[in-house]
Design a protein around this ligand. Structure first.
Ligand SMILES: [Zn+2]
Length: 431
């Protein structure tokens, strides 16, 4: 056996030995209910990570995203970045995990915040999305440092907040402050739950737009004296059905988006509100007779690498203008709420190559390359940080995210930790 094979086996053994520690760490992370919204317990989870990593030679910094969207004294947006420097200068590999979780909801057969262990799985809200991935990356980094104490370069582990609500108080804030500057970080792995044999290269683009139509208020018994904003909006929806949805279905992408249904442009009508507001709960009276003078619709358009944001904007504008040509008094306004460009890391990027080789070595199979239908924090690392060498790779099954009885498999965590640790060997030159 060659020297490098011996060291690789030592690395695997170190990870296997840490099994109980890995489970306990995952449980401890789940037991802190970092619910978002509103953004609970962010400081607590950063302190847990600080207590874990500081004694193991990491320098830790707790960073509050003061003034970021969502930050308040009641719900401060805390993040942690922990850095371990090797014996010699070199590149930096950064593992970024979000610490927030979504509401537990109903339908659980176990306590969502107890961290119950059953059938070789850890259950709980955030188990797969993504506290299991965070724990696996910590075990991977620690085992690597123990096995290769003379390594060159640096390893960073961050726990960041608010990914579930756009990441503005988390990765976006840190990227704006230079933490993901390519001069200090060269490789980023985000351990989101995408299955241990898949590499997620990026995501589709997003454009959220609010469309408002206007009419004229009048008595409901004489609608001809008014102008119904809801009927104008109905005409818009009709134009979507007749022209836009069929056109979007034809826009197919070469991006390997999963599931297959998302391998095209999509549009979701998120909400429509027109006329009187819903009565308060318990109100027993009847509504009043009014012609609605405003109607609002929120659109969630997901677009492809093959499209550009300007075209996506003008496509909506064209539909609205064409509706206006066929209706009297059609007036509308649009307001853009949010946009993200699609991103896809090249398959020959160093971090993709390293993780791909590690999957082959650990799992004995070629990795699947996928693209996410929705966005995650890679968008900020790419757009604000200008760092292209970034992927999502981590244990857990994506379909379980945000579901009742969410869990992460213990063996999956161990296997993915081995992949992450072996990637470190490739990315950080080892003496
Ligand atoms: Zn996630």
């Amino acid at each position: 056996m060659s020297d490098s094979e011996i060291r690789l086996n030592q690395l695997r053994d170190a990870i296997d030995r840490s099994r109980d520690d890995l489970v306990a760490l995952t449980q401890a992370l789940i037991q802190i209910p970092t619910l978002n919204p509103p953004g609970d317990c962010y400081l607590e989870i950063c302190e847990l990570l600080h207590k874990r990593l500081k004694p193991r030679g990491f320098n830790t910094e707790l960073i509050r995203a003061v003034g970021a969207l969502g930050d308040s004294d009641k719900h401060p947006r805390w993040n942690i970045i922990a850095r371990h420097d090797g014996k010699h200068a070199g590149q930096c590999v950064h593992f970024n995990s979000h610490t927030d979780v979504v509401d537990a909801g109903d339908g659980w057969s176990v306590d969502p915040f107890a961290g119950v262990v059953k059938d070789d799985r850890v259950y709980g809200r955030g188990a797969c999305d993504m506290k299991g991935g965070l724990a696996a990356s910590i075990i991977a980094a620690e085992a690597f440092i123990e096995t290769f104490p003379d390594y060159s370069g640096s390893i960073e582990i961050s726990g960041t907040c608010d990914e579930e609500s756009g990441g503005f108080g988390g990765v976006a804030y840190l990227a704006e402050k230079g933490w993901f500057n390519p001069e200090r970080v060269q490789h980023v792995i985000i351990p989101e739950p995408l299955n241990k044999d898949r590499i997620c290269l990026g995501h589709r683009g997003v454009l959220w737009t609010e469309v408002e139509t206007f009419g004229h208020i009048a008595h409901g018994s004489m609608p001809f004296l008014g102008d119904c904003a809801v009927r104008h909006m109905g005409a818009v929806v009709n134009a979507f059905e007749e022209n836009l949805f069929p056109a979007l279905a034809k826009k197919q992408t070469t991006m390997p988006v999963v599931p297959d249904g998302a391998r095209q442009s999509t549009l979701n009508i998120n909400s429509i509100h027109g006329g009187l507001a819903e009565p308060e709960e318990g109100y027993t009276g009847l509504p009043s007779a009014l012609v609605p003078d405003r109607c609002r619709m929120v659109l969630d358009r997901r677009f492809l690498m093959e499209e550009n944001l300007e075209d996506v904007r003008s496509e909506l504008h064209d539909v609205l203008e064409s509706v206006g040509e066929s209706r009297d008094n059609f007036r509308y306004e649009t307001r853009e709420l949010f946009s993200v460009l699609p991103t896809m890391t090249e398959k020959n990027a160093p971090v993709v190559q390293a993780v791909s080789a590690a999957i082959k070595s650990e799992m004995g199979c070629e990795p699947d390359y996928v693209v996410s239908p929705g966005t995650y924090d890679q968008k900020h690392i790419d757009r604000i940080g200008r760092l292209k060498n970034c992927i999502a790779y981590g244990p857990g099954i994506l379909d379980l995210a945000h579901q009742p009885d969410e869990y992460v498999g213990i063996q999956d965590m161990l296997d993915s930790a081995k992949v992450m640790a072996q990637s470190l060997i490739t990315l950080l030159s080892v003496e």
